[in-house]
Design a protein around this ligand. Structure first.
Ligand code: AMP
Length: 423
């Protein structure tokens, strides 16, 4: 038994996983740039109070899941549980409200939440996200939702649903909270103990209670008491989404667990049901910057979970790009040939061909077996005869055929067969 293991809820991202990560981050970067978003990378830890102020002191994230610690200087810090708070803090700190508005920013960062680990739920996980800050126009909500939707199309994920709702302004929300309390008060024995405890402070959370779905289904709709401005904003948003051809489903029960949302909220859900189902979520947060000490500044954003996207890509059997298998394996016989093999493998790598070579004085048979196990399509065999003739014996490992290729033309020979054009 090894003495140490990765901490519970964390994983090592091994080389065979990297093609998925390269693929997801590549699509995020490509599309975010096309929509005019610039990359931001805030620190991994922040003042713990930043998240209490933004995510909300009553939320599960802050109350139960945050990695909070005191550093040696006595500061109370927290590992970042989500990205929006840090991005808004940075927006204010760097005077971005003086730039042309809205400011468009995107990120791809590790996040930390002390949750119960299970498939698709980790304690260190990764989110990409984007935030458009400084504009309240519903066309900006539509832009952010469109960017989210187009990204998931680019990932090639099938059977996704975009679920949309508006939860209004803080004022219409507090009226709605009141309506919910009145509705739930006579039924408190039908919800779970957690929900009973947060009934007064956070009645919206009761809509997510799994104990009695019919009770939540019949609850008052968040849309009904919307104030006029929020109702108009939602109407406009829907018209813009129709113009963009983004399909969505309305769900008045979608409220999101974070405190900072106002008006628009949305989630992207895969077909497979379950508590881990959301693979991305976002919305508008018009009061957040002010809550952090800035001027009244509207904003809207989205965050997607990379691990859950990859999980869904695998479930749907989607192959992404070439793996880490070498394109060529250089096998050699004898010390003189080995020196030549070192040189040839080096030349191939410099030409962009992934090449490995036999090490440790193994027999030719053992080297060829290793080449096959690594998934190399070709073995380049160098022995005394080959060296004398200035050739390599190149073996097609899948077909078992081999041919003699002059060393001077080896690179071009392999390039014509194994180097893929950049995707
Ligand atoms: P949230 O910030 O809670 O809205 O989460 C946004 C997205 O991040 C979710 O839709 C998930 O895809 C992902 N996510 C949240 N928590 C976790 C976790 N503990 N492990 C893996 N992914 C997560």
């Amino acid at each position: 038994m090894p003495k140490f293991r990765a901490p519970r809820g964390t994983t090592d991202l091994l080389p065979e996983e990297q093609p998925y990560w390269d693929f997801v981050s590549g699509q995020v970067e490509r599309l975010c740039r096309a929509y005019g978003y610039g990359r931001i990378e805030p620190p991994v830890f922040e003042d713990a109070a930043l998240f209490e102020r933004s995510v909300g002191a009553e939320t599960d994230i802050v109350q139960k899941e945050m990695y909070t610690f005191q550093d040696k200087g006595g500061e109370l810090l927290a590992l970042r549980p989500e990205g929006t708070a840090s991005v808004c803090r940075a927006y204010l700190e760097h005077g971005m409200h003086n730039l042309p508005q809205p400011v468009r920013l995107y990120y791809l960062l590790p996040m930390f939440r002390y949750e119960r680990p299970q498939a698709g739920r980790y304690r260190q996980f990764h989110q990409f996200g984007f935030e458009a800050i400084g504009e309240g126009d519903a066309a900006l909500d539509a832009e952010v939702i469109d960017l989210s939707w187009q990204l998931y199309q680019a990932f090639g994920l099938r059977d996704l649903t975009l679920v949309l709702n508006s939860i209004g302004t803080p004022e219409s929300r507090s009226r709605y909270h009141q309506a919910l309390r009145e509705y739930y008060r006579p039924h408190l024995d039908q919800v779970c103990a957690d929900c009973r405890a947060r009934f007064e402070r956070a009645p919206l959370r009761l809509l997510d209670c799994k104990q009695d779905a019919a009770l939540a289904e019949a609850a008052p709709r968040s849309l009904d008491p919307l104030d006029d401005d929020s109702a108009r904003h939602f109407q406009q948003l829907r018209a813009y989404l129709d113009a963009l051809g983004v399909p969505y489903k309305l769900d008045h029960r979608l409220v999101r667990g974070l405190d900072y949302y106002t008006r628009t909220v949305y989630e992207i859900q895969p077909a497979q049901e379950g508590s881990q189902s959301a693979i991305g979520a976002g919305g508008r947060y018009d009061g957040l910057i002010q809550e952090l000490g800035g001027p009244p500044t509207p904003g809207v954003g989205f965050a997607g979970g990379v691990e859950r996207i990859i999980l869904n890509l695998k479930r749907q059997g989607r192959q992404v790009g070439p793996g880490a298998a070498p394109s060529a394996f250089v096998a050699s016989l004898g010390e003189e040939a080995k020196t030549a093999a070192v040189r040839i493998a080096g030349e191939l790598r410099r030409a962009g061909i992934t090449a490995l070579m036999g090490l440790g004085g193994r027999s030719l048979k053992a080297q060829l077996r290793q080449a096959g196990a690594l998934g190399a399509p070709y073995a380049v065999i160098i022995g005394g005869d080959e060296l004398a003739a200035g050739v390599a014996t190149v073996r097609d490992l899948a077909r078992g055929e081999q041919e003699s290729v002059p060393l001077v033309g080896l690179r071009e020979w392999l390039q014509a067969r194994v180097v893929r054009p950049p995707s």
